[in-house]
Design a protein around this ligand. Sequence first.
Ligand SMILES: C[S@@+](CC[C@H](N)C(=O)[O-])C[C@H]1O[C@@H](n2cnc3c(N)ncnc32)[C@H](O)[C@@H]1O
Length: 342
Amino acid sequence: MEYALLLAPSSNRVYTAGAAALGAAELAAFSVGALDGRLGPVAPIELAGRTYLGFSVADGPLGERDLAYLANVSSAFALFERVEGDLLRPIAGQPLDRYDDDLISIQKYSGKTNEHFTKLLLNVTVLASAFADRMLERKLTVLDPVCGRGTTLNQALMYGWDAIGIERDQQDLEAYSAFMKTYLKRKRLKHNAEMTPLRREGKKLGRRFDVTMAPDKAAHHAGETQQLTVFEADTSLARSLLKKHSAEVVVADLPYGIVHGSRGPKGIARGPQELLETALPGWVQLIMPGGTLGFSWNTHVAPREEAIALVEKAGLRIVPAEGFSHWVDQGITRDIVIARRD
Ligand SMILES: C[S@@+](CC[C@H](N)C(=O)[O-])C[C@H]1O[C@@H](n2cnc3c(N)ncnc32)[C@H](O)[C@@H]1O
């Protein structure tokens, strides 16, 4: 059976010429992680002037569960069965999304990680873990140890999961907590949200922001709530903030190692290598056995081999993740590394 996936126009805008290649790489990750490798090679096809990703499926048509997975591909706009040639039949899919998408799209700020890419990185990281087969049913916990204003955290919440963030920038925590409180009120979602001091050994370290939320009243009453926690702290302290094995996946878009827009010098304080050297050992302990770490970084400031060497030194096993390198900006080419804690 042949299929064609239409890419979202917005993902074309983000990745320009690289959209099809990234989409193909993400589909391959879904195939390996959740579809028993049944997707054949993915290749761009042109139909009536639009680019689709074409692929075939061994052993008959995609089942309901396969489609439920593929409904979450970050760059997917619509999936079609190729009836014959360029005759397409649309296939309905039910994504995991449980909140309006403005949870992810409203916040706009310099230094925000693109939301499509954030979803891609989260997907690929989870799919490489031992928890990939439970992605549709189970509530996972995602930790973003350099969470900024929460793009990864919001994607995790969108999927119905719990989210933990660490961010040392005071303004980011303030902006993110203000956004969340307004969002939850405006959408009339049952929740509790509070900011409290974060103390360690009697000393005030920073603050923490805790939210308990649910998509509707019924879920809230049934105790099916989601938990969001953000620590205002340096991520090298991650292990002292959280119990070991706190998260199935750790997902991070590392600082690029250059000044970002008008945000001043925070981007140059630490490049990705230095951050990995100091913080990785702590992050690794927070990952559950079978869980994965997925991060992206600017390959102009740290070559791939160096990033891989640091990850291996920290005791993780690299999971192949090819075809994700892409141009972001002048001076930024982003790639990803996925590694598993066995
Ligand atoms: C590329 S940005 C991540 C942006 C985030 N994904 C978002 O969309 O808002 C990297 C973040 O790492 C934070 N950061 C850098 N070094 C840190 C450290 N040592 N501890 C905690 N956060 C750090 C920066 O303040 C910045 O917000």
